[in-house]
Design a protein around this ligand. Structure first.
Ligand SMILES: NC(=O)c1ccc[n+]([C@@H]2O[C@H](COP(=O)([O-])OP(=O)(O)OC[C@H]3O[C@@H](n4cnc5c(N)ncnc54)[C@H](OP(=O)(O)O)[C@@H]3O)[C@@H](O)[C@H]2O)c1
Length: 375
């Protein structure tokens, strides 16, 4: 915590009304980011300024449009400004003129950019995932009344120990054993420190974000998508019988934007997840069904046999080979203990009051997820 105090300095802001202005969005070229952009544009007519890693405004715009097309989001490029930047760099890699413009005009900052990588250690994720929040925090301290909306992850929660509450401050726990979860947890502490210094902020913790029914593309390197491809390739699935909380990407985006527009959300943390868990047996059954249509079969094993098959496969073509260290951590054939419940009552109630409902993940939706993962 001392480090955070050092990073943020002694700045503090008092509650100040700031005129509304353009939204600042990071990570707009990402899976969630393009849908956040779509949701922001759907909810408001204010322009959105997107910090994009690029050498020129034209390059950044072309990449943003390409990513929106790929993921299937509908965006209006005429209402977007591209700000070349890199959130892992000091001062977010912004030019001085853009920095001044942001300080002058922006009221709401949405921070979705992150390195979503479960294999890298904390030191290599710190710049993008932690120091970016520090840099944005410094902006908010220099611009009283600027709001910070931080996209975190349910990975910071203690899903084994339990006792989770839907609030900003989450205790450190022993299950924070990968660099990604650690970096998101430390980033959250920066947000908590900013909140204590008077910055209006909120934290959003989605569960596993999956494609919307209308999605056209996904991050093929994401674990779930790799696991489906790995199983299809091996003709072997791990026989998991548990559940996973999967929430469609367009719902996550819409929920975050809607919550962020309520002053009551400031100082809060929101668990943006699906009200019903998705059964992994349903997913594996639908995978079997899909492969059967192609005349292929798939056997069921236990997790250990499945992992052994991945280990024995050709590393160059096995989608999960690189992630074996993660798989080995839970390599037991004993049924996994059900994860601790993650409360989302406050978020669900607010979303209900706004008329926002999470679409069901039914067979047809699971078929779409499988189709996208296998392409
Ligand atoms: N996916 C999930 O299931 C999930 C679940 C819970 C929470 N989250 C959180 O949701 C957020 C978005 O995740 P995602 O799945 O959409 O990830 P993603 O598809 O990998 O997108 C990450 C975005 O961050 C940008 N980015 C990364 N490093 C950057 C840097 N140094 N400077 C500027 N931009 C940078 C990427 O830009 P480039 O296009 O230049 O790479 C991209 O736009 C993250 O904060 C993640 O922690 C994700």
């Amino acid at each position: 915590m001392q480090a955070i105090a050092g990073w943020l300095g002694t700045g503090r802001v008092i509650d100040t009304e700031r005129p509304d202005g353009p939204r600042l969005l990071t990570g707009a070229t990402g899976f969630l980011g393009v849908f956040l952009l779509e949701a922001l544009q759907g909810a408001e007519s204010t322009p959105v300024w997107c910090v994009v890693r690029c050498r020129s405004e034209a390059e950044g715009r072309a990449r943003l449009l390409e990513r929106a097309r790929f993921f299937g989001a509908t965006i209006d490029a005429s209402r977007v400004e591209i700000i070349p930047g890199d959130v892992s760099e000091p001062r977010l890699g912004l030019s001085e003129s853009w920095r001044r413009a942001i300080l002058r005009e922006v009221k709401h900052v949405y921070h979705s950019a992150a390195q979503v990588d479960f294999l890298r250690g904390y030191p290599s994720l710190k710049a993008a995932n932690v120091m970016s929040v520090v840099e944005l925090g410094r902006l908010t301290l220099d611009a009283p009344g600027m709001h910070l909306h931080f996209v975190s992850s349910r990975n910071v929660l203690d899903l084994v120990g339990g006792g989770i509450e839907e609030r900003m401050r989450q205790p450190w726990h022993d299950r924070l054993n990968d660099g990604y979860a650690q970096s998101k947890w430390v980033a959250e502490q920066v947000v908590v420190a900013l909140h204590e210094r008077g910055v209006p902020c909120a934290i959003y913790r989605p569960s596993r974000i999956v494609a919307a029914r209308r999605s056209r593309g996904v991050n093929v390197d994401e674990f779930f998508n790799r696991a489906l491809r790995a199983s299809a390739r091996l003709g072997l699935e791990p026989g998991y019988s548990g559940v996973d909380n999967m929430v469609p990407v367009d719902h996550v985006a819409r929920a975050i934007v809607a919550l962020s527009q309520m002053d009551a959300c400031l100082g809060g943390a929101f668990h943006v997840q699906h009200p019903r868990e998705t059964s992994l047996s349903l997913v594996l059954d639908r995978l079997r069904h899909r492969l059967a249509l192609e005349g292929r079969t798939i056997d069921t094993s236990g997790p250990r046999e499945w992992i052994a098959a991945i280990e024995g496969d050709d590393p160059a073509h096995q989608p999960l080979f690189a992630l074996l260290p993660l798989l080995r951590v839970d390599a037991s054939d004993a049924p996994a203990a059900p994860p601790a419940p993650v409360p989302s009552g406050k978020t669900d109630e607010l979303l209900r009051s706004l008329g926002i409902e999470c679409p069901a993940i039914d067979e047809a939706h699971v078929d779409r997820l499988i189709a996208l993962a296998l392409t």
